[in-house]
Write a protein that binds this ligand. Structure first.
Ligand code: ZZB
Length: 267
């Protein structure tokens, strides 16, 4: 699976993360949460970033004063791809990697990150989502409620139960602006489809998967960009250009996951 890894630079750490990272990486370097996406063309509509509160993330020194926060598993993949330099001998297990420090997803919640090319120029917040898998991507997800059914249902739930999740309601309520127009579901395709299907809970995993599959196809083959440099053009014709643009700007890099790395018998 070939992802685009989008670098979300940390603008302001949550108080808990500030304590944990005190003296580590914070003085001169830049720290990024790295989100793996299959839809780089949706960066324009990012409204928040999800981490799983119960995942242990690592802060990895990728040299030149840059630090990436991802799962150990993703850092191990990155070591093989030359993204995370570890010297001559590649570790045999993800667990052999030495992050500068470990940090629970729960401690990152509330952190303010930059969302490259997003309409939300002041940054977006890191929010908790317990359906984020440790076994896929980087364990960090950029949230685009306008075009991702999972994200739309998740932010709706977070805003409704903000107190219980220990977050500020506003963090989950940044506006979703139309970024892609589709013939079947209009210009806010995820909310439209989710409401049509009457999906109300993030736990409705099987129907959310159906909605996601449908919108991947509809967005890719029928979608037209409404914002940015490529407004007016079809998603399928500009997806790679937007990816390249992000990479050229230093806001992203290619990140791949070999087959079999998701479910491995050896663990
Ligand atoms: C932004 C985005 C915008 C995404 C969209 C989708 C959509 P998949 O589809 O299952 O192969 N993702 C990435 N990592 C994780 C993780 N560890 N746990 C849970 N979800 C994760 O997975 C790829 C997509 O799932 C990624 O692309 C990411 O969300 C999320 F408008 O990034 B996406 C119709 C989908 N729309």
């Amino acid at each position: 699976q070939e992802y685009t890894a989008v670098k979300l630079e940390i603008k302001q750490l949550s108080p808990e993360a500030t304590d944990l990272l005190h003296g580590v990486a914070t003085v001169q370097g830049k720290i990024f949460l790295v989100a793996a996406t299959l839809r780089p063309e949706t960066v324009y509509g990012q409204t928040c970033c999800f981490v799983n509160p119960s995942i242990e993330y690592g802060v990895f020194d990728v040299s030149n004063g840059h630090y990436y926060i991802t799962t150990k598993r993703a850092a191990w993949n990155m070591a093989f791809q030359g993204i995370y330099p570890v010297g001559d001998r590649l570790p045999r297990h993800a667990s052999a990697l030495q992050p500068l420090c470990s940090i629970a997803g729960s401690a990152l919640v509330g952190t303010l990150v930059n969302a490259p090319l997003s309409v939300h120029k002041d940054g977006v917040r890191v929010l908790p989502l317990d359906t984020v898998l440790v076994s896929k991507g980087t364990g960090v997800v950029m949230s685009v409620p306008s075009d991702s059914p999972d994200d739309y249902v998740a932010v709706t739930d977070l805003a409704m139960k903000a107190k219980r999740y220990g977050i500020e309601k506003d963090w989950a309520e940044l506006e979703s602006i139309p970024i892609i127009e589709t013939p079947a579901y209009g210009n806010l395709s995820a909310p439209t489809l989710v409401n049509e299907m009457k999906i109300t809970s993030p736990r409705d995993v099987s129907r959310l998967a159906i909605a996601k599959d449908l919108l991947y196809k509809e967005g890719h083959y029928k979608g037209k960009m409404l914002v940015g440099e490529f407004a007016g053009q079809s998603v399928s014709s500009v997806k790679d250009k937007i990816r390249d643009k992000l990479i050229d700007r230093g806001d992203a890099f290619p990140y791949a996951e070999p087959d079999g790395s998701v479910v491995s018998r050896s663990g």
